[in-house]
Design a protein around this ligand. Structure first.
Ligand SMILES: Nc1ncnc2c1ncn2[C@@H]1O[C@H](COP(=O)(O)OP(=O)(O)O)[C@@H](O)[C@H]1O
Ligand SMILES: [Mg+2]
Length: 349
């Protein structure tokens, strides 16, 4: 990391965590290391164990096996009240009958800080999230986005060792969600607190995190910086879960595959022999060609980019994402040739 976050934060280590509820293995050997000051997003479908992992880190739930440490200290048996973690949940977690500043100061009061120090710290945190002027309002007088900013200020007021966010944006509408996402990232970089951000929304995870951990069925499939996760998925699950991909027939030999008649390098973890290459829509180009076997099926205008669906002679649909200036020259029914960019692809069975 290029900022000073590493000097402020503490390392978090989840080691081989298992959590069994009856017949459900919510976590199945989860190991995750978060660097001091780093923001890791845990991304995965509903039910994959994200909240369970966060609750075990917070001490709100106990692992069936495995350990939790923060700053090199084993916290596995330390109760939640002694872990000093700041938490923000989906929504509606403020005390509605308390003012904003009292909400933010609440944790400090519990920790026995005197009134003047509490008010000072709470005011600073409200300034940090841009709500200094709303200190004396009641929580219920704020919009959903403002309430979540107060929740963030409250979580940070206690100077937590770790900041935990469980789907903090999912109750908000799209525009506020993006604003607050960027706000959370700005604040996190400023305070340097090591952060675990849980979400099922891939765009959110990719936008906010230093590294994204993709979870599937209680395990971590891949932990990587956003661009790497997108361009070099390590497993079939990650390739299919993150971003939109075409599945194009591919024949692998050695470290290359033939996809749509072209040689393309394959990523580690690819299958051998025949399979399907996961090809991003932006890696497909559409060339008008009277002799080409493919036909344009639909052109969907999305603003600067358009999504063009073409049909191969065998009936396979291929989605290409093109600059709209290019796409608008294409009409449904046009004969075209499809080409795949020579970027590495994951080939799956
Ligand atoms: N208290 C519980 N009792 C029984 N099963 C639970 C409990 N908490 C979570 N689970 C189960 O554990 C799995 C993981 O849940 P959770 O961690 O909440 O997933 P996520 O946050 O990724 O949606 C799910 O199958 C869920 O039903
Ligand atoms: Mg959850």
């Amino acid at each position: 990391m290029t900022d000073s976050r590493a000097e402020h934060g503490l390392a978090v280590e989840l080691s081989d965590l298992t959590r069994v509820y009856g017949s459900v293995r919510a976590l199945d050997g989860l190991t995750l290391h978060i660097e001091p000051g780093e923001l890791v997003a845990l991304l995965g479908p509903s039910g994959c164990g994200k909240t369970t992992a966060l609750r075990i880190l917070a001490g709100l739930d106990t692992a069936t096996s495995g350990t939790v440490s923060v700053g090199g200290k084993d916290l596995t048996k330390v109760p939640a009240s002694k872990r000093d973690m700041g938490m923000v949940f989906q929504a509606y977690s403020l005390f509605p009958h308390m003012t904003v500043v009292d909400n933010v100061a609440f944790g400090l009061k519990m920790r026995g800080r005197d009134g003047a120090a509490r008010r000072q710290r709470a005011g600073d945190m409200l300034d940090l999230v841009g709500l200094g002027e709303h200190a004396d309002r009641y929580a219920h007088q704020l919009s959903g986005g403002q309430q979540q900013r107060v929740a963030l200020a409250r979580a940070l007021a206690i100077e937590p060792s770790v900041l935990l966010l469980d789907e903090p944006l999912s109750a908000l509408d799209a525009k506020v969600r993006v604003q607050l996402r960027d706000e959370i990232r700005r604040v996190q970089i400023e305070v340097g607190t090591t952060t675990l951000f849980v979400t099922h929304d891939q765009e959110e995870a990719l936008a906010v995190a230093d590294r994204v951990g993709v979870m599937n069925a209680g395990r971590l499939e891949q932990l990587a910086p956003p661009a790497e996760l997108y361009s070099a998925p390590a497993t079939k699950f990650v390739g299919e879960f993150v971003g939109l991909s075409n599945r194009l027939p591919a024949q692998v030999s050695g470290d290359t595959a033939v996809v749509l008649g072209r040689d393309v390098p394959v990523l580690p973890g690819s299958t051998t022999g025949s399979g399907h290459a996961l090809v991003r829509p932006e890696a497909v180009s559409v060339v008008p060609d009277a002799g080409g076997g493919a036909r344009v099926a639909t052109v969907m205008f999305l603003g600067p980019l358009s999504r063009v669906t073409c049909r191969l002679p065998d009936g396979t649909d291929v989605v290409a994402q093109l600059a709209s200036t290019e796409a608008l020259r294409l009409q449904p029914g046009d004969a075209v040739r499809l080409e795949v960019a020579p970027e590495p692809v994951l080939v799956v069975g």
